[in-house]
Design a protein around this ligand. Structure first.
Ligand code: F6R
Length: 256
């Protein structure tokens, strides 16, 4: 795992957009895997700024979002689709035929989402956040490492963590979602996991340094050959360089 710790989330977000810009200048037709949530907002804001200054071009990409709620009362307001339109797709002028979600199209055939991804050549560059319980996508603790896109029952903790998007009432957060599985995510060629804020430091350290186990779904990323962990100081304060590295040279940028 390649770890980079930045002073603040704005600088870290710039670095993440540098990485996607590098991907897109090499392969403008890249397939991007995208996440929602508080972590990715400064990243999408940075992308929009660069698009507006013609320093980034998303016009030829296809995007696949990690997950989507099921059974929403007001999808226009609360869906991840609405989130993506607001923060990225509309300001970046992405058309609906470039952007894919697992729900509702694949509610009867969840693995069909994996097949659609493969038909587009697979995910080249996957952006992830991490939940306080170590989830990636909505793969909650206990999810099989062998999972493809599937329906999940969200834990109470995850619903509480997402209550701010539902006027503060966690009972309005849906109980179910469709999510890419851990195997789906692991098939991506490059993975960039972003983590910001002190509340993520303990789980990030477990994911990076702890044993690879289903109790910490993000720990599976230790098995991926090309993962960037990009975080701010607060989230990264329990991370330490691996034993094989000269830490005097790489105090805050290291491989694990
Ligand atoms: C969202 C997703 C989740 C979030 C995670 C972190 O599409 O897949 O795994 O990335 O819950 O959420 P925030 O960024 O809100 O802390």
């Amino acid at each position: 795992m390649h770890v980079e710790v930045y002073n603040d989330r704005k600088t870290a977000s710039r670095r993440i957009v540098d990485l996607v810009a590098r991907q897109l200048s090499a392969y403008p037709y890249s397939v991007l895997g995208l996440a929602t949530g508080a972590t990715v907002i400064p990243i999408y804001e940075e992308m929009i700024q660069r698009i507006n200054h013609a320093h980034l071009d998303l016009s030829r990409v296809h995007t696949f979002n990690l997950d989507e709620y099921m059974g929403l009362k007001d999808p226009n307001r609360h869906s991840f689709h609405a989130f993506m339109r607001h923060y990225l797709f509309d300001p970046a002028h992405l058309s609906p035929d470039q952007t894919f979600f697992p729900f509702p199209q694949f509610s009867q055939d969840p693995p069909g989402y994996d097949r659609l991804i493969e038909q587009h050549g697979g995910i080249d560059w996957q952006l992830l956040g991490i939940g306080h319980n170590g989830h990636i996508g909505f793969n909650e603790p206990g999810t099989s490492f062998d999972s493809e896109t599937h329906v999940v029952k969200l834990t109470e903790n995850t619903r509480k963590a997402n209550r701010n998007w539902f006027d503060g009432d966690w009972r309005h957060v849906p109980e179910e979602a469709l999510t890419m599985g851990l195997k789906t995510i692991m098939r991506s060629r490059t993975i960039v996991l972003a983590a910001f804020g002190a509340s993520k430091s303990a789980i990030l350290a477990k994911a990076v340094h702890g044993p690879v186990c289903v109790e910490v779904p993000a720990s599976i990323l230790q098995y991926h050959p090309r993962v960037y962990i990009i975080c701010d100081q607060e989230a990264g304060n329990l991370l330490r360089p691996g034993p094989s590295l000269n830490s005097s040279k790489l105090s805050r940028q290291f491989d694990v």
